[in-house]
Design a protein around this ligand. Structure first.
Ligand code: UT7
Length: 332
């Protein structure tokens, strides 16, 4: 089967920065605890006026420019997000109108929390390879600070907002990342361990929901931590094997940026030296679906990627959802 290629990629984080020192003024925490337990120093937060589609718009515009395309060229948008502008319409449709993508295009959202961008990539990749679409925008965007309880020190220190977009094309000789392999898995038995319980159909918005603070993220941090390490290392090995590659073939690991201790443990399980594990969460915190897209852009911009490199991306999020992907960078 033919392989699709990421021919352009862009990202965006809001201007406003929330530092650990700022959080010290809000909850009973301190910079030393946050840095030593998570690696995070600061994160970017969206303004009251900025919704996920606003962040996605800037990342998508950057990605289109990078690919040398315009909105007219796009026939598919898949947005991975769990903080959509609203329950419906989809953020994909909202983004379509903002960008001016033709109404002949198909636009949809995929809900896989922190694995959102990888799940969206799998959906778009298969729709392109099946032959019905030619040029897709794959977006990972989340504004989880809007769903963070800034009275709960267990969760509010973790998240930041951001967006990333890949342009995915078939039949192209442009420079880019070939999607060599993708593998996903889901475990709904763990759904209760990381969730936003309120404001869906289970607990519709009400004064009671607000009083119980059910509109915010709740998490069993330690359980999520353990699953994250095992799932991301396991799926990375599996997708490498399915791609006919081994651990020695990894040029750079781009793991979901949730916690530096999780990232280091995954690197260790994959027997990778620290220079082969990309980390940028100190500046952004956990940007959920956007995290690996932002990291890929930054790794590229800091010359960490060269022709022929095999990049392994891996994510873990609520669901639980896990993803692993092998991308190979091709420069003509
Ligand atoms: O993208 C997927 C989503 N999320 C994740 O991947 C997150 C996975 N989990 C984690 O990253 C970690 O479990 C956390 C960073 C959330 C927590 O780290 P931990 O090492 O598992 O800490 P803990 O929950 O075991 O808490 C240790 C102590 C507790 O105090 P006691 O009971 O020992 O007295 C907490 O109350 O640290 C306390 N604590 C804090 N102290 C200062 C918890 N949060 C804070 C805080 N500041 N912000």
């Amino acid at each position: 089967m033919k392989i699709a290629r990421i021919t352009g990629f862009g990202c965006y984080v809001p201007d406003k920065v929330l530092t650990n020192q700022d959080l010290e003024q809000m909850v009973d925490t301190n910079d030393e605890w946050i840095v030593s337990r998570t690696g995070i120093q600061e994160r970017h937060i969206s303004s009251q006026e900025q919704a996920s589609s606003d962040l996605a718009l800037i990342s998508a515009t950057n990605a289109l420019n990078d690919a040398g395309l315009c909105a007219d060229d796009i026939d598919l948008i898949v947005v991975g997000t769990t903080s959509p502008d609203m329950l419906f319409p989809s953020t994909g449709c909202i983004l379509q109108a903002k960008l001016g993508v033709p109404t002949t295009a198909v636009c949809l959202d995929v809900s896989a929390a922190c694995s959102g961008m990888m799940y969206a990539l799998e959906v778009a990749n298969n729709m392109l390879r099946a032959g019905a679409y030619r040029k897709a925008l794959v977006v990972g965007v989340d504004t989880l600070t809007k769903f963070s309880d800034f009275t709960d020190r267990n969760t509010c220190i973790l998240f930041g907002d951001g967006a990333a977009t890949f342009v995915l094309e078939m039949d192209t000789d442009k420079d880019g990342f070939d999607v060599v392999g993708l593998k996903l898995s889901s475990d709904g038995n763990c759904a209760d361990l990381l969730k936003i319980p309120g404001c869906g159909s289970r607990n519709p918005a009400s004064q009671d929901v607000i009083d119980k603070r059910l509109q915010y993220i709740t998490m069993d941090g330690q359980a999520v931590y353990k699953h994250a390490v095992n799932s991301m290392s396991g799926i990375s090995k599996a997708v490498l094997e399915e791609s006919g590659l081994g651990l020695d073939d990894i040029s750079l690991l781009i793991p979901h940026q949730a916690n530096i201790r999780i990232i280091k443990s995954v690197g260790k399980k994959l027997k990778l030296s620290s220079d082969k594990v990309f980390i940028n969460l100190e500046k952004y915190g956990n940007t959920s679906s956007a995290s690996v897209g932002i990291a890929l852009r930054e790794a590229f911009d800091t010359n960490r990627i060269k022709h022929g490199d095999n990049i392994v991306m891996t994510t873990f999020g609520a669901g639980f959802t896990t993803a692993g992907g092998v991308l190979r960078y091709i420069k003509n």
